[in-house]
Unconditional design. Structure first.
Length: 312
């Protein structure tokens, strides 16, 4: 058995991923002026919160539409309702289960149950492709986001150098994973499809950025939407690092640090970070409520699949 597959090692890593970011956040949070911070929360305009929730809700609708388009482009026909249903179930489970696997798994279980069994490989690939394009849409904007952080010039150059290393120098395990991802997207090898998926992804990102800007603007009216976009992209890549559970703590630390570069006070930055987290929870709970009324059978099927995966 691989060292990292041992139950005690897995539990230790899980515990560290959960506690370390929370401890770090606690240390940083202890340094703020609580009276000022709670004053920001008390006087925060409820209209800005509601508008942000609406904008980010539409961002997730577009996110679901992207998956529908990915499926339709390979002749897998689901209704938009079916896709939105699975998308919001996925959003709920991704935020309330201790890994993003639950979110992807509910899509897989749901789509396999909804569509004929002959295209299971394409259905599985569609979930991978959806996630890959979500990342690619941000990777293409990452150089602009990093240029926003002038102090990271050396690190940016180092990253660029590593990206252009010969493929043969990449460890075999990673090369195999890259090859499997490339094979997964073969059914979508078309410039038209690629561009359309990216455009849909960027439209979703635009609504997300608008929501975050609406949240930040009452606390610092001079902040620009483009800077909020850059911060959101950098934070996205911080969150996907395997150092926390669902980005808890890491997301907040990233926003507090990056907003500080835009002349937000610690108290203002923490207010923005926590309200962003609150909007995520509110929208995720919409998916949970939807699942209660229209997804209990799917949830039971999901739990059975999770148990079978654990046994394997």
């Amino acid at each position: 058995m691989n060292f990292f597959d041992k139950p005690i090692v897995k539990k230790t890593i899980f515990f560290l991923r959960l506690t370390v970011p929370i401890v770090l956040v606690g240390v940083l949070f202890a340094q703020i002026d609580y009276q000022t911070f709670f004053g920001h929360l008390r006087t925060y305009p409820i209209g800005s919160l509601l508008l942000a929730v609406l904008l980010i809700f539409f961002a997730n609708i577009i996110f679901g539409f992207r998956w529908w388009y990915i499926l339709k482009s390979v002749n897998i026909n689901l209704t938009l309702y079916q896709v939105f249903r699975l998308t919001f179930f996925s959003l709920f489970l991704s935020n309330f289960l201790p890994s993003s696997v639950g979110g992807d798994l509910v899509k897989l279980v749901g789509i396999i149950d909804l569509v004929d069994k002959e295209k299971n490989d394409i259905k599985i690939s569609s979930v991978i492709v959806d996630r890959l394009f979500s990342m690619l849409s941000k990777v293409l904007l990452l150089p602009f986001a990093l240029s926003f952080l002038g102090t990271l010039k050396i690190q940016v150059e180092g990253i660029a150098t590593q990206l252009f290393f010969p493929f043969t120098l990449i460890p075999q395990g990673i090369r195999d994973k890259i090859s499997s991802y490339l094979n997964a997207i073969k059914p979508w090898y078309s410039w038209r499809i690629f561009i359309n998926i990216l455009l849909i992804s960027w439209l979703s990102l635009t609504f997300t950025t608008a929501g975050y800007w609406v949240i930040a603007q009452p606390l610092n009216p001079s902040v620009s939407p483009i800077n909020i976009l850059y911060i959101a992209i950098i934070t996205y890549f911080a969150i996907i690092l395997p150092i926390s559970i669902n980005g808890i703590g890491v997301q907040e630390m990233s926003y507090v640090y990056l907003l500080g570069l835009l002349q937000f006070t610690q108290e203002q930055a923490w207010t923005v970070a926590l309200i962003i987290r609150l909007t995520t929870i509110i929208i995720s709970l919409m998916g949970g409520l939807w699942m209660v009324f229209d997804g209990r059978e799917l949830f039971s099927s999901l739990m059975r699949n999770k148990l079978s995966i654990k046994r394997e």
